[in-house]
Design a protein around this ligand. Structure first.
Ligand code: 13P
Length: 255
């Protein structure tokens, strides 16, 4: 983490967990635990929890993210949610292209780019997820694969757009498996992503970009991962559902 150059961001990705009443309970526990955070704190909640999350976090330092967004403004897209629906609901961030969406719901590099650009146009800040599978890592194509994901996700975005973009490096083999990447493995790819952004934009844009690590980050390993120069925060799954654990991670990013 290099706090002189960029903002540290800890974001919870609740995935498909917590009903609205359960969300209320979790958020009420979390608010006092993270109120003195020295980093940006985000909770990425299911659509049905957005209203309660926005309401409860008003006047606190917790920001609300959605977990997906469609790229059209409105129309015959049954089951989808538009960028304006999210902004009007008080959402500030949106997770885009999570590997679970790519794997189970047909998300592609092209739709990730469309969603991220639509989000930006509406004033939302996209948290764009990239990351390789175990097969790709073992085949030695991690950098090639992640490079393509990053370049495709950022296609037709300006340097100004990039100021509102967060990238989350989430190796698929580390998600929900308890098998965290080592801090060296995570740093290597986060630094590589920054290099890709520098080559496509500029050193200034790359230096200012927040790049998170995600994949079994928890209260026990967060400080170690966040000690690395290019790991500017975390996208947290399982541990974000436990207020005390999430608060420890926020604390580690606040130092
Ligand atoms: P876990 O922290 O549960 O491994 O999930 C990571 C993740 O996918 C966050 O988006």
């Amino acid at each position: 983490m290099n706090k002189e150059k960029r903002t540290a961001i800890i974001a919870g990705n609740w995935k498909m967990n917590k009903t609205a009443s359960e969300a209320k309970e979790l958020i009420e526990s979390l608010i006092p635990l993270v109120k003195d955070a020295g980093c940006t704190v985000i909770i990425g909640v299911p659509f049905t929890d957005i209203a309660v999350a926005v309401d409860l976090t008003k006047g606190t330092n917790i920001h609300v993210a959605a977990q997906n967004v469609h790229f059209k403004d409105s129309g015959a897209y049954t089951g989808e949610i538009s960028p304006r629906m999210l902004t009007e609901a008080g959402v500030e961030y949106v997770i885009i292209g999570h590997s679970e969406r790519r794997q189970y719901f047909g998300e592609t590099d092209e739709t990730v780019n469309l969603r991220a650009r639509a989000a930006l146009a509406a004033g939302l800040k996209p948290i764009i997820c990239v990351g390789e599978s175990l097969e790709q890592r073992e085949a030695g194509v991690t950098e090639e694969f992640v490079c393509r994901q990053v370049v495709m996700a950022l296609l037709n975005m300006t340097a100004e757009d990039l100021a509102n973009v967060v990238i989350a490096y989430e190796p698929i083999w580390a998600i929900g498996t308890g098998k965290t990447a080592t801090k060296e493995q995570a740093e290597e790819v986060c630094a590589f992503i920054r290099k890709v952004v520098e080559e496509n934009y500029s050193k200034a844009v790359a230096d200012a970009l927040t790049i998170q690590y995600g994949g079994s980050m928890n209260a026990g390993n967060a400080a170690d991962l966040l000690s690395m120069e290019d790991i500017d925060g975390g996208l947290i799954g399982g541990a974000s559902l436990k207020p005390n654990d999430f608060a420890v991670i926020v604390g580690a990013a606040s130092k």
